[in-house]
Design a protein around this ligand. Structure first.
Ligand code: ADP
Ligand code: MG
Length: 242
């Protein structure tokens, strides 16, 4: 469970967030959508414990967030893979830094790479992969740590339309197989409606509207006209410069 109370964050004179209040139930999904520069990444960094607020507080599972949490997984916008490590090593090195046997780590990495369909690339380097493959490696690396809170910053923004849908399907499948609290930042309305049970719409530095998404998780959602109708409902709240 995440509880954000009256959060304010500024970078010098620039107010990035003001008056942000948000409640997200444990093991539900939430999509945060808004135009470029409205403060989405700042909000994600704050929930990850990576930046401090000027005012207000964040509680995760009733504990006040004061630092980076071990059980929070973060997937940043640029994937954050290490170019000099192979796919296998990119996924395994974070695990080996934890208290886990080599044998267990090996099994875990193998299973996750297979689940995400990237096992065949295990000996390749990030530079040899497509955007969609790199994003799958980044997701694998984060999932290997079995986070109870997963924060993703624009997980498909760098990908072409078909790959975007593929990555979104993978993320939804992962959630449905093993629910965690999943927060997706996006500027894409369809992605928000596909991945968010709750949809949080931001304007400049603040939340302007919150909607519950009755279509979340329905089968063949992209073939359902109601999905697009709901996208239009969301669109009405979003300023034009998205
Ligand atoms: P979004 O992710 O929605 O595009 P950001 O959270 O990255 O928005 O940025 C919100 C605002 O804060 C923007 O106006 C941006 O220019 C500003 N900003 C972000 N990071 C910094 C920083 N490190 N220093 C100064 N201003 C920043
Ligand atoms: Mg951003």
């Amino acid at each position: 469970m995440i509880e954000i109370k009256d959060l304010h964050i500024s970078y010098g004179e620039e107010v990035a967030l003001q008056n942000v209040n948000l409640h997200i139930e444990k093991n539900t999904t939430c999509a945060i959508i808004g135009p470029s520069g409205c403060g989405k990444t700042t909000l994600l960094y704050a929930m990850a414990g990576l930046i401090k607020s000027n005012k207000g507080e964040i509680f995760i599972n009733n504990q006040k967030l004061i630092n980076v949490r071990k059980n929070t997984g973060v997937i940043l916008q640029d994937y954050g893979l290490l170019p000099w490590k192979t796919v296998w090593d990119n996924v395994s090195f974070t695990l080996l830094a934890r208290d886990i046997s080599k044998h267990n780590a090996r099994n875990k990495v193998e299973n996750i790479l297979k689940d995400l369909g990237i096992y065949e690339y295990k000996n390749k380097y990030p530079g040899e992969l497509s955007g969609g493959q790199k994003q799958r490696v980044a997701i694998a690396r984060t999932l290997a740590l079995e986070p109870d809170l997963l924060l993703m910053d624009e997980p498909s923004s760098a990908l072409d339309a078909m790959t975007k849908e593929h990555i979104q399907n993978i993320i939804l499948n992962i959630y449905q197989q093993k629910p965690t609290t999943l927060i997706t930042i996006t500027h894409n309305i369809e992605e928000a409606v596909f991945l968010g049970q709750k949809i949080v719409i931001m304007g400049k530095a603040e939340i302007i509207h919150i909607m519950d998404n009755p279509y979340f998780g329905k089968e063949n959602l992209r073939e359902n006209i109601d999905f697009y109708r709901f996208c239009l409902e969301v669109r009405k709240w979003i300023s034009e410069d998205i």
